[in-house]
Design a protein around this ligand. Structure first.
Ligand code: MG
Ligand code: ZN
Length: 225
């Protein structure tokens, strides 16, 4: 067996066991009526800022929890707690993505009566796309300073997501970012993507995104009931 074949088999094995753990996590979450949302993006795209703002909007009516995935530090979890939301930090100590088994390790700390469980993945547009965490909804974020060429460069993240959130749209007047191009190319990869243009600074698009998430929660609960 060649080295590459061996590596491929190891990867298939990891993904296979990840899938099993993810399925049992999803089953438990769905039984409890929790909508789990996995957020994927490059570092610095504004996942934590979006969560602070969306969390504050939703928390008056809903019970929210946030899992923060980072290579090191508890900084993002601290920010979320300052925003008045419960947060659990998973530090991967070098790993560049979350895996379902990491969630399984902290799963009994997560209250069973949550409405929304947000999972902020490690900032990386590549391998997080391959690891199912047991979520029911996946959101990919692209920030305007990153450039408008991301969908075609990192198609897997867009194929496996149901929602595309453009962030930092308040900066559009100052950047050579072609919003129409990003949306067009993302929809060529995945025509089912629901797209939101947002800014955590100006508040643009946050009501729409919040309303969408509430509608998803309602719909999924009625499906499961
Ligand atoms: Mg963050
Ligand atoms: Zn990785």
């Amino acid at each position: 067996m060649g080295k590459e074949t061996k590596e491929l088999l190891v990867l298939e094995d990891i993904l296979g066991s990840n899938k099993k753990i993810a399925s049992s996590i999803r089953k438990k979450l769905t039984e409890n009526g929790i909508l789990a949302i996995n957020l994927l993006s490059a570092p610095g795209s504004g996942k934590t800022s979006l969560l602070e703002k969306i969390g504050q909007k939703l928390k008056n009516k809903h019970k929210i929890g946030v899992i923060e995935g980072d290579i090191e530090t508890e900084r993002d979890a601290d920010r979320i707690r300052k925003a008045g939301l419960p947060a659990w930090q998973i530090t991967t100590h070098g790993a560049c993505h979350l895996e379902a088994k990491m969630l399984a390790q902290i799963f009994d700390q997560i209250p069973a009566d949550l409405d929304f469980l947000f999972i902020e993945n490690v900032g990386n547009l590549v391998c997080p796309a391959s690891f199912d965490l047991g979520e029911s909804l996946r959101i990919v974020l692209v920030s305007t300073p990153e450039g408008d060429d991301k969908p075609k460069k990192y198609p897997e993240a867009f194929i496996t997501s149901q929602v595309l959130v453009l962030t930092k749209c308040d900066l559009l007047p100052y950047l050579p970012f072609d919003t129409d191009r990003v949306i067009k190319e993302a929809l060529e990869i995945n025509p089912h993507l629901k797209v939101f243009k947002t800014s955590a600074t100006s508040g643009e698009g946050l009501d729409e995104l919040g309303a969408f998430l509430e509608a998803e929660l309602k719909q999924r609960r009625s499906q499961h009931a």
